[in-house]
Design a protein around this ligand. Structure first.
Ligand SMILES: O=C(O)C(=O)[C@H](O)CO
Ligand SMILES: [Mg+2]
Length: 254
């Protein structure tokens, strides 16, 4: 599969009602989209929006459904195993209807060895019950965007992936978080390339569109073209009309 651009419909076209964003993405030329939290509407409605636009769904997040204000996941919360298992049952129902290729499993707010062990065990269980063809993703989130979030470093993610040791658990690379955490998103991409199965784009420090901040997108896109063949999703705050921020789609292919 070549590099395929995708639109994150939780951040792009956020001024439109949720279901209208699918139409806008298709009109802008996207064939693939991702949605962080599709749980607020019945899966059938999202399914219809995908179908009427011929769109492929790349990724959804494992709950919490109440992202704005709710805890950012339970996978790494010692004692939260039952809640995690309950959440995952809901995720699988949405996966069955929407057929995303990937599910980002959110860790939650925690720290220390017990949290790491809990995260690994929960990932192993979820990986064992994931439908064929669905990959579970883990993603380090920077403290500036998600204070207290357990998974906040790419080396930590590599250790967790090694411990989970499952072929359907992989790393989600986000240029915004990688640059904020480690200061050089391109170096992070190159170092962890072998574990990366999904790429998201945003610039620093404000999570704006590619080209508005400090990430070296020319170098990142060269590195992607040199050996990445998955989806590359715009996950940034457009700060205006989304259509005016899509120069990265053409640049990716140059
Ligand atoms: O915040 C991000 O970068 C993400 O990709 C997550 O999925 C958070 O929901
Ligand atoms: Mg991301």
């Amino acid at each position: 599969m070549p590099i395929t651009p995708a639109a994150n419909l939780s951040l792009l076209w956020s001024e439109l009602p949720y279901l209208d964003r699918f139409d806008a993405a298709a009109q802008a030329g996207f064939g693939a989209v991702e949605v962080l939290f599709p749980y607020d509407v019945p899966a059938k409605e999202t399914q219809r929006a995908l179908l009427r636009n011929g769109l492929e769904l790349v990724l959804i997040n494992a709950p919490p459904p109440n992202y704005t204000g709710g805890a950012p996941g339970y996978a790494a919360i010692p004692g939260g195993e039952a809640r995690f298992a309950h959440d995952m049952r809901r995720v699988w129902r949405y996966v069955e209807a929407l057929r995303p290729k990937m599910v980002h499993v959110m860790a939650g707010e925690a720290e220390g060895p017990a949290a790491a062990a809990t995260f690994v065990e929960n990932l192993k269980h979820a990986a064992a019950e994931a439908p064929q063809g669905v990959t579970l993703m883990i993603e380090p989130l920077c403290p500036q965007a998600k204070p207290g979030y357990f998974l906040n470093d790419y080396a930590q993610a590599a250790d967790l992936l090694a411990a989970a040791d499952a072929p359907n658990v992989a790393l989600q690379f986000d240029s915004f978080h990688a640059q904020m955490i480690h200061g050089d998103a391109v170096a992070v991409f190159k170092k962890y390339r072998q574990s990366i199965r999904h790429v998201q784009l945003g610039d620093t420090p404000d999570r704006g569109a590619p080209g508005t901040g400090a990430v070296d997108f020319d170098a990142l896109f060269s590195a992607l073209r040199a050996g990445y063949d998955g989806f590359v999703s715009g996950e940034y705050h457009p700060g205006g009309a989304t259509e005016d921020t899509l120069g990265w789609v053409a640049a990716l292919g140059e």
